[in-house]
Design a protein around this ligand. Structure first.
Ligand SMILES: Nc1ncnc2c1ncn2[C@@H]1O[C@H](COP(=O)(O)OP(=O)(O)OP(=O)(O)O)[C@@H](O)[C@H]1O
Ligand SMILES: [Mg+2]
Length: 219
């Protein structure tokens, strides 16, 4: 479905964050991106989300060059990213943050409310729906960022360290939630230092080191 061919990202200060990365993503894949801090995981996810442009190389979507086929805003409806540093609106409520991707769809308030509730429930945050984001804990913010990314039912879900601020129990609840979304057909690409051992279907794993892919396999 999605293919990165020889993708290199050099930042203006000269840092080479990714170097000649080749990755093929099939529809319905669950891919873990691993590697030490600074390896290039966030940069890779931000490139796929088109927050940044590659310095060299191409992205193909069903064999078409992505920039030619999709305008930025259309791509960002299909591909949602839950950021490592959340990128939430701190002075707005959980409801306002999570429902943002639905505001432009012309749905009624009660439809939006029901949808937000149905996502907050499995994330164990339904009681925080009308609380300001700045009043939440780190792990709660992380789950809100995940809720906002999944609410528009994207085709590709990008998750940057979604378990980083969570205790083991909560991490397992969140992994169940992400697995269920993947099982319904959403392609998931997730960076993590905290792989949860599980006995569900095998997942692909891509290991980065200094911006290069050094391992591709299955877990
Ligand atoms: N905007 C930027 N300008 C310059 N260099 C950057 C920028 N963003 C990231 N880098 C550099 O690119 C490299 C890869 O960073 P990246 O954030 O992708 O790593 P990461 O694998 O996500 O690390 P972590 O596990 O700590 O989140 C690092 O050397 C980082 O310092
Ligand atoms: Mg990162």
């Amino acid at each position: 479905m999605l293919e990165l061919k020889n993708v290199t990202k050099v930042f203006p200060n000269g840092t080479v964050a990714l170097e000649r990365v080749n990755i093929k993503v099939e529809r319905g894949d669950f891919i873990y991106i691993v590697g030490e801090s600074g390896a290039g995981k966030t940069t890779l996810l931000r490139l796929i989300h088109r927050d940044e442009k590659p310095t060299k190389g191409v992205f193909l979507y069903e064999n078409d060059v992505v920039e030619k086929r999709f305008k930025d805003y259309i791509w960002k409806r299909r591909v949602q990213l839950s950021y490592q540093d959340f990128m939430l609106m701190e002075e707005r409520t959980v409801f306002e943050n999570v429902s943002l991707p639905l505001q432009i769809t012309g749905k009624s308030f009660s439809e939006i409310h029901n949808k937000v509730e149905s996502i907050l429930l499995p994330l164990k945050l339904q009681h925080k729906m009308f609380v300001l984001v700045r009043e939440l804990s780190g792990g709660e913010k992380q789950r809100i960022s995940l809720a906002r990314a999944v609410i528009g039912e994207p085709e590709i879900l990008l998750l940057d360290e979604p378990l980083g601020n969570l205790d083991k129990n909560t991490a397992e609840i969140i992994m169940d939630f992400i697995d269920a979304i993947n099982e319904k057909g959403t392609t998931v690409i997730m960076s993590t230092h905290h792989m949860v051992e599980r006995s569900t279907t095998p997942k692909k794993i891509i290991k980065l080191h200094n911006g290069r892919v050094i391992f591709k396999g299955y877990v």
